[in-house]
Design a protein around this ligand. Structure first.
Ligand SMILES: Cc1ncc(COP(=O)(O)O)c(C=O)c1O
Length: 390
């Protein structure tokens, strides 16, 4: 037997760094983890309490494919309260994380060979899920002139070269945390509508935004997909729970796809997610921590010679140019550099190659979703290491 050609996708190198860090830790080395996009804080107390109670009662089973009613209603209420947008609860689907939302949206909206625009740099799973579903990822390189986001003009230029069928944007984006301005989201939605391009908006880092106003694409139209999750703001990565909002005319399609592919999201996690909405005070404190970490990281990166950091409008990442460190260390690219920093300094960072196969060799991602004490230790090690190799 041989693997199908569509299953041949790139590995997620961040996970390789995590695995290597695990091996080093097991061997007795102390590693400062600044590589994974995972909050250091636990899920909100009400979520953990509700899950414990549900486990004690013991009756955990399948739910409706779209999720339990009270959670779908609560998510719909979240849009009313947070953005003033009315969302029909029938359009809310609870999923096993945002990751399942991508597969459902791609399967529901596209046919084999369809061209789907994604940002570069961007979350690598977009490219890999599209490929594994026999869809064509069309990467648009963002740059300093476009504020490191895809502008409506960039989408139109690509569409004129060869028609595109869809676009997936992340707002804020991973690996850099950049956000589109509200007026640009509105213009992008308009361009998509005019040219019959299906828009999928990944809003997983909503709630974790610092400077720009956070808008959902739903404010401008409802004929699009929203993907979101409890993984980031609510610190529930391992619970594998998220949601999507789908256009009314796609409800039946997505329902059938969810029934057949995934049955439903875990009931225990759905119960916890519903209660998580009562834990926002705790989550706001966690966010305050990210805000001060962001300032610390920017100041420290500048102090150790980093001059180019993409705008951190949201999320909990710094994406910065490491060309200077490559020259100093003699490393060829960020992958080699990340490997040396991990082994010699005991600091785990993520190479940019994951997010941008062409330019990412010069870039590195750092996650500041950890405790400040970790960051202080990490930067002290980086400073010493740079001193040693200079
Ligand atoms: C932009 C983006 N979308 C989606 C995901 C996947 O999220 P989930 O844990 O909800 O599947 C991630 C995870 O890091 C991400 O960064």
């Amino acid at each position: 037997m041989k693997p199908s050609s569509r299953s041949i996708v790139e590995p997620f190198r961040a996970m390789q760094v995590v695995a290597e860090s695990g091996r080093l830790t097991k061997a007795g080395k102390d590693i400062v983890m600044m590589c994974i996009g995972q909050p250091g804080a636990p899920a909100p107390t009400p979520a953990r309490e509700a899950a414990t109670k549900a486990i004690a009662a013991g009756k955990i089973g399948y739910t409706d494919a779209a999720g339990i009613g009270p959670l779908r209603e609560r998510i719909s209420q979240y849009y009313q309260e947070g953005y003033g947008v009315s969302v029909n609860k029938d359009c809310v689907f609870v999923t096993s994380g945002a990751s399942v939302g991508f597969s459902l949206a791609f399967l529901g909206a596209f046919d084999v060979g369809d061209r789907v625009v994604i940002p570069n740099p961007g979350y690598p799973a977009y490219r890999n899920i599209l490929k594994s579903l026999s869809l064509e990822p069309v990467e648009i390189e963002t740059n300093a002139e476009s504020d490191w986001v895809i502008s409506p003009e960039m989408l139109l230029a690509e569409h004129q070269k060869a028609p595109v069928d869809g676009i997936l944007i992340a707002n804020p984006n991973n690996p850099n945390g950049t956000m589109m301005r509200p007026e640009d989201v509105e213009r992008l939605v308009k361009v998509c509508k005019e040219h019959s391009i299906t828009l999928i908006s990944d809003e997983i880092y909503h709630g974790l935004t610092y400077d720009k106003r956070e808008v959902t694409a739903l404010e401008f139209d409802d004929d699009l997909f929203i993907i979101n999750s409890f993984s980031k703001y609510f610190c529930m990565t391992g619970w594998r729970i998220g949601w999507m909002i789908v256009p009314e005319h796609m409800v039946e399609t997505i329902n059938r796809l969810q029934q057949n592919n995934f049955i439903c999201a875990s009931e225990i996690s759905q119960i916890a997610a519903l209660a998580a909405f009562d834990g926002t005070d705790e989550m706001e404190l966690v966010k305050q921590g990210y805000l001060s970490n962001r300032k610390y990281v920017i100041d420290e990166l500048k102090a150790i010679g980093i001059s180019e950091i993409q705008p951190i409008d949201g999320a909990f990442y710094a994406y910065f140019n490491v060309s200077g460190w490559l020259n100093l260390s003699g490393c060829n690219d960020s992958m080699q550099l990340a490997h040396r920093i991990l082994h010699e300094a005991g600091v785990a960072l993520t190479p940019g190659i994951d997010f941008d196969s062409k330019r990412g060799g010069d870039w590195m991602r750092l996650s500041f979703a950890c405790e400040e004490s970790q960051l202080i230790e990490g930067f002290s090690r980086l400073k010493n290491w740079l001193g040693d190799i200079s």
